[in-house]
Design a protein around this ligand. Structure first.
Ligand code: HEC
Ligand SMILES: [Cu+2]
Length: 340
């Protein structure tokens, strides 16, 4: 019954889109990997089930109301030769009053029970046993990830092992942000001076996308989330790489020198060189695949554009242009490219 009703709504949604009628929800939504109806973790699956239930009940109510409306319009429309004057007036009806009080109460009760049950399964108060503990800090407009036990700090791209629960401690450095990767779990806010938690257990290797889900300023829209779930052995290898200090390449000495002479080092950490924390850690910058919290792929060209002036890629972001000349830019980019 529930599914039959839903397929009606879905068919209606699809046929009103320019793509024409299609027979599944997946096809009429944009083809991205952040579809909450394709969960890859237990809690995301619970949330999907609840969403279907709520959508189904609401669709049924919508259909009943529309049906009564259409029927009334047709049945009681003004007809030629109908009696003139006011129709007969009806005042109060106990049975109708009782029906439209009791039925909504029952519906709300069912929705409440289902919601409470889902919340209890999705929101834990303690980390699940054996969980990987990561601190996630929201900044305007990027994400800091600290694996305290492992001694690893990275930014924007959270790497996790498949099949092991991940317990995230959510903090904010400035305003309220919200961590939401729909295929992994529901959204939880990162609130200044307050500690929140969320968790997920990725069942398949892959890259899961999301987006800061609480308006946090100019570049809120440029504050993407990206979680990469890797097989446990690959994850362990990644941790080992991230624990290494930054590589020192003689050929990049000029850029390294510039990095320490300019303000870069006040804002950025490069283990062995600087310990700024205002901006993302650059120790293993090139192990990431995007720049600016996902606004562009990370390569030589985007790096050069970014250093010349970050607003080329992310207008309004909190890194200033240090107005390097062409030669300095080449040296700086050459150095950053060695930070693998
Ligand atoms: C006032 C502090 C500040 C200074 C000075 C600064 N940065 Fe940044 N930098 C930031 C912030 C903040 C971000 C994150 C911007 C965002 O994504 O919204 C950033 C981002 C970056 C990124 C992208 C990192 C990523 O993973 O997305 C690189 C690379 C970078 N800075 C290099 C440099 C270099 C090189 C210098 C010196 C020429 C420098 N920064 C100077 C604050 C600073
Ligand atoms: Cu945000």
């Amino acid at each position: 019954m529930r599914l039959a009703l839903l397929s009606v709504i879905v068919a209606m949604m699809c046929s009103s889109s320019s793509q024409g009628a299609t027979d599944s929800l997946v096809v009429c939504l944009p083809d991205t990997t952040n579809n909450m109806f394709e969960p890859v973790s237990q809690s995301a699956r619970e949330i999907r089930e609840l969403s279907w239930l709520v959508l189904g009940i609401c669709a049924a109510i919508g259909l009943v109301v529309e049906a009564v409306l259409v029927w009334s319009i047709l049945r009681f429309r003004a007809r030629p030769h109908a009696a003139k004057g006011e129709p007969s007036q009806v005042y109060g009806s106990n049975s109708v009053e009782i029906a439209w009080t009791v039925v909504p109460c029952v519906i709300v009760f069912v929705l409440t029970l289902a919601t409470v049950r889902t919340i209890r399964e999705v929101e834990l108060t303690e980390p699940p046993s054996g969980a990987l503990m990561v601190i996630a800090i929201g900044h305007q407009w990027w994400w800091e990830y600290r694996y305290e036990a492992e001694g690893v700090v990275t930014a924007n791209e959270l790497v996790v092992p498949v099949g092991r629960p991940v317990w995230l401690t959510l903090l904010s450095a400035d305003v309220i942000h919200s961590w939401w990767v729909p295929r992994l779990t529901g959204k939880t806010d990162l609130v200044p001076n307050w500690t929140n938690h969320t968790w997920f257990n990725a069942e398949q290797a892959g890259i899961y996308k999301g987006q800061c889900a609480e308006y946090c300023g100019t570049q809120h829209g440029g504050m993407f989330l990206r979680v990469e779930a890797r097989a446990p052995a690959e994850f362990a290898a990644w941790i080992e790489e991230q624990k290494q200090p930054a590589s020192v390449v003689m050929a990049a000495e000029q850029g390294h020198q510039l990095f320490t002479e300019l303000a870069c080092m006040n804002c950025h950490e490069v283990v062995g060189t600087s310990d700024g924390t205002f901006g993302p850690s650059l120790t293993h910058l090139m192990s990431r695949s995007t720049i600016g919290s996902g606004v562009a792929p990370l390569d030589r060209d985007t790096l050069r554009l970014w250093i010349a002036d970050p607003s080329n890629l992310k207008p309004g972001c909190n890194m200033p242009s240090l107005k390097l000349n062409d030669e300095e830019l080449d040296a700086m980019v050459g150095y950053l490219l060695t930070l693998r």
